[in-house]
Design a protein around this ligand. Structure first.
Ligand code: LFR
Length: 478
């Protein structure tokens, strides 16, 4: 088989991009075509995504891709998980909410747990309790009378795919984050939906990554379902076929865990806030959501004020990280997963309050604050890798850190030091690469298992290894 050109649309919580990939056996080349900010909008009723702006940027990004490539064989879309639009007869009912909306986060879990307790829910859906899981958000919509009119619920990539092709489906990896798929069977849990008063017609037919979804007329290429949950795509692109590793998909969130064949549905897993998300090729992502680079980006946003552009924010971050490297690593460490850090707002003040409540000194400068965040994240990453290994019985001899966080050398080194394991950092564009590889396999340009897709990444990308100052004597936690 010969190489093909493919387009990946990858939407993150702060920015989106369209990337062209040339993919074949042992070949993987990326060309960045478009990048655009993704800025939430606060309305009176809560925090929303600007889905129309995103769709406009996807269209113009794809048009630019078509101009730059002689022949695009397929397009794939991924984004963050859990959020959705309600539709009736193909018409969107309202503007999708943002998972960081505080009010819904407070109401949803209560509404659901009145009907089914958290432990029973975990045994069915295998998901970590996050207050914004789709099941909780839908309960808010039901309480508000919004489900009466809806005849479909489409997650963000499915929504954009529907606008491009007219096809109504639910891609399975992302659907696994709704809380409404059975953890074992990976089909809609109709009984659970009925218990919660959600009509069955809301849930479209499930499709697996690799399914062709129809033509995108604007560029004369088919849309192919990929691991449309960004984390599912990122984990496809871990640059090694080896099994004895943990991963951290590090962007706005730090998704820390291991890949398994079967879910872990024990009480211990639930109590440790671990989740069993559906991966490409039926794999299970057994992981925990660590708060991630959000802590840095939202602190910078607070310091610079609302007027700062995303370019100004990212250059301020670079500067502060450079200064933070000179601050001793013995800064206080806080619990990055405290739910108080979830909603947008003054994070430095909330971190200072946490430290004060725990009788810990508050950093006295911005570089020291940044160092405190980095070390706290690294500690959470290290602890979570150890817990993932212990709960799954898996042997872990290295950590693969993929995504934008791979550019943060201070964080990568701190994670190595605090875990005692080597941290292999990169690729930065893991999500887009995983998106492209699944498309490439679907159109026949490459073939084989997930391990052979990862071998293509290993052969073509150059990750950077951070060695811990003290290596753990034993590499097995299990
Ligand atoms: C990462 C991610 C996480 C999900 C969170 C909210 O971008 O998709 O996997 O838990 O965003 O959707």
């Amino acid at each position: 088989s010969s190489p093909v050109e493919l387009a990946a649309v990858d939407l993150g919580a702060t920015s989106g991009r369209v990337i062209l990939g040339r993919v074949g056996p042992g070949e993987l080349e990326l060309r960045h075509v478009a990048r655009f900010p993704n800025e939430p909008v606060a309305l009176r009723d809560g925090l929303h995504w600007d889905v129309l702006g995103l769709y406009r940027n996807v269209l113009s990004g794809l048009a630019a891709a078509a101009r730059q490539s002689a022949e695009i064989a397929s397009v794939g879309i991924d984004s963050w998980a859990v959020d959705y639009a309600l539709l009736r007869n193909g018409r969107m009912l309202g503007v999708p909410y943002h998972y960081r909306d505080e009010r819904r986060g407070r109401r949803g879990p209560q509404l659901v747990h009145d009907a089914i307790d958290g432990a029973s829910l975990f045994r069915r859906n295998g998901l970590q309790h996050l207050p914004f899981n789709t099941v909780y958000q839908l309960a808010c919509d039901r309480a508000d009378g919004m489900l009466d009119r809806a005849d479909a619920m489409l997650l963000i990539p499915d929504l954009l795919g529907f606008q491009l092709t007219g096809t109504v489906v639910a891609e399975r990896t992302n659907a696994s984050t709704t809380g409404l798929l059975g953890a074992g069977a990976r089909d809609w849990d109709r009984e659970l939906a009925t218990t919660l008063g959600f009509a069955r017609e809301l849930f479209p037919p499930l499709v697996d990554p690799g399914t062709s979804l129809g033509a995108v007329e604007a560029i004369g290429a088919p849309l192919t379902a990929v691991g449309s949950h960004d984390t599912a795509s990122a984990v496809v692109a871990i640059p090694t076929p080896r099994d004895d590793i943990a991963y951290i998909s590090c962007g706005t969130w730090g998704l820390v865990g291991v890949e398994l064949e079967e879910p872990v549905l024990t009480d211990a897993a639930r109590e440790a806030s671990f989740t069993n998300e559906g991966g490409v090729d039926g794999r299970v992502r057994f992981l925990h959501n660590v708060m991630g680079l959000w802590l840095l980006s939202e602190s910078i946003r607070t310091w610079l004020g609302p007027g700062a552009s995303s370019a100004e924010q990212s250059s301020a971050l670079q500067e502060l990280l450079a200064q933070a490297a000179a601050v001793p690593a013995s800064v206080p460490v806080f619990d990055v997963d405290d739910p108080r850090f979830l909603a947008p707002g003054d994070l430095p003040a909330r971190i200072a309050a946490w430290l004060g409540e725990h009788d810990l000194p508050v950093p006295d400068s911005r570089p020291a604050f940044v160092r405190c965040i980095v070390e706290s994240l690294a500690q959470a990453f290290a602890d979570t890798v150890a817990t993932a290994a212990a709960l799954s019985g898996k042997r872990v001899s290295a950590i693969h850190l993929v995504g934008g966080g791979a550019l943060n050398g201070l964080l990568c080194q701190a994670t190595a030091d605090r875990s005692g394991l080597p941290v292999v950092a990169g690729p930065v564009e893991a999500t887009a690469i995983g998106n492209l590889l699944v498309q490439a396999r679907a159109v026949g340009a490459i073939s084989g298992s997930l391990e052979s897709l990862r071998a293509v990444v290993a052969a073509t990308q150059r990750p950077q290894t951070y060695t811990p100052t003290t290596m753990r004597e034993t590499v097995s936690y299990g």
